[in-house]
Design a protein. Structure first.
Length: 332
């Protein structure tokens, strides 16, 4: 059995054969092992009275235990950091793993993978309470299911995403936005969300109607205050609330596009950000009772949240850097 460790049963066989005076090379042939394996086993675990299989098995188990690396979360500062970020700042394990090298560049003990964190949360009873702070507080981990089938939209003068300039996909140029809506309880109130593709900056506002003209007015108010160089295109979901996209295009002087039906991944930045918002405002929340300052606080916190796609930087950090580069370019 090459590539496997000796079992307690094999050690018992070695003991019997060695006691009978069988040479270690013949023992190896009998067990189907290499001669060097049996030779090392006899040399390492023999006593004046001969080979002791019980002692050999006990020492093997002790050596195996000693050679295993210590659990990462046994390091108290790391565990405290993880608890604080998950409980107080509602970070995900992936965000924590991503940010640690930036916050503790000279401390190798302050490193942990997101998979290790998830495994600890779901297997260590003293950490189970942290599961409730995760974006999707499931009692057990499971694979993502498949989406539901929906009918296609009917939006006049709709321009598909396939006609959007290819360079926008690279996320190297600021000013390209994705738009969507989040429904409140009983669909009596909504949030309009806009996310910029390169910096992942979020802008959001509450509306009490899903009518196209109301949504168009909300989007215009969110983006009109920005310089024209920061608003170039908007890619929408296929909801009919965006049917008045022509008014938005004329007001903001932008090009508008729509994602392919059933392909929400084409607006992945917006979809992911909406998922983060749902951590603060879960499904079933009535937005009518939402204080405007509460929404502003949520937007501010998400814009200051480190992102893996931004190499652990925050949307605000990236946005400010882009802004400085733009101002510098104007001066030269």
């Amino acid at each position: 059995m090459p590539g496997t460790h000796l079992s307690s049963f094999e050690r018992g066989q070695i003991h019997i054969l060695a006691k009978q005076g069988v040479k270690f090379m013949d023992i190896a042939k009998e067990l189907g092992r290499s001669a060097s394996t049996i030779g090392r086993e006899l040399k390492r675990n023999s006593t004046p009275r001969g080979y002791d299989p019980a002692r050999a098995q006990r020492q093997y188990e002790e050596r195996r235990q000693a050679c295993r690396p210590k659990a990462r979360l046994a390091y108290t500062p790391l565990l405290d950091y993880v608890k604080t970020k998950i409980c107080d700042e509602e970070w995900t394990p992936e965000t924590i793993a991503l940010r640690l090298p930036l916050d503790f560049p000279d401390d190798p003990n302050m490193r942990v993978s997101h998979e290790t964190l998830y495994r600890a949360l779901y297997t260590r009873h003293n950490l189970h309470y942290l599961i409730q702070c995760l974006p999707q507080a499931r009692p057990r981990r499971r694979k993502r299911g498949q989406g539901k089938t929906r009918r296609g939209p009917s939006i006049p003068n709709r321009v598909g995403i396939e006609k959007r300039p290819a360079h926008i996909e690279q996320r190297t140029e600021p000013g390209h936005w994705e738009a969507d809506t989040i429904f409140g309880k009983n669909q009596d109130s909504f949030l309009v969300t806009l996310v910029e593709r390169s910096a992942r900056i979020l802008r959001a506002v509450e509306v009490f109607s899903k009518h196209a003209d109301v949504v168009a007015r909300a989007i215009n108010e969110l983006l009109l205050e920005l310089p024209t160089s920061w608003v170039k295109t908007i890619t929408f979901d296929n909801g009919t609330e965006f049917a008045d996209h022509k008014t938005i295009a004329d007001t903001l002087n932008v090009d508008t596009y729509f994602a392919t039906p059933y392909c929400s991944w084409q607006r992945g930045t917006n979809e992911n950000t909406n998922g983060l918002i749902r951590r603060y405002l879960p499904k079933g929340t009535c937005f009518k009772n939402l204080h405007p300052n509460r929404l502003k606080t949520i937007v501010k916190q998400l814009n200051n949240r480190p992102r893996k796609c931004l190499k652990a930087r925050t949307p605000n950090e990236v946005f400010q850097k882009q802004r400085q580069e733009h101002l510098l370019a104007l001066r030269t």
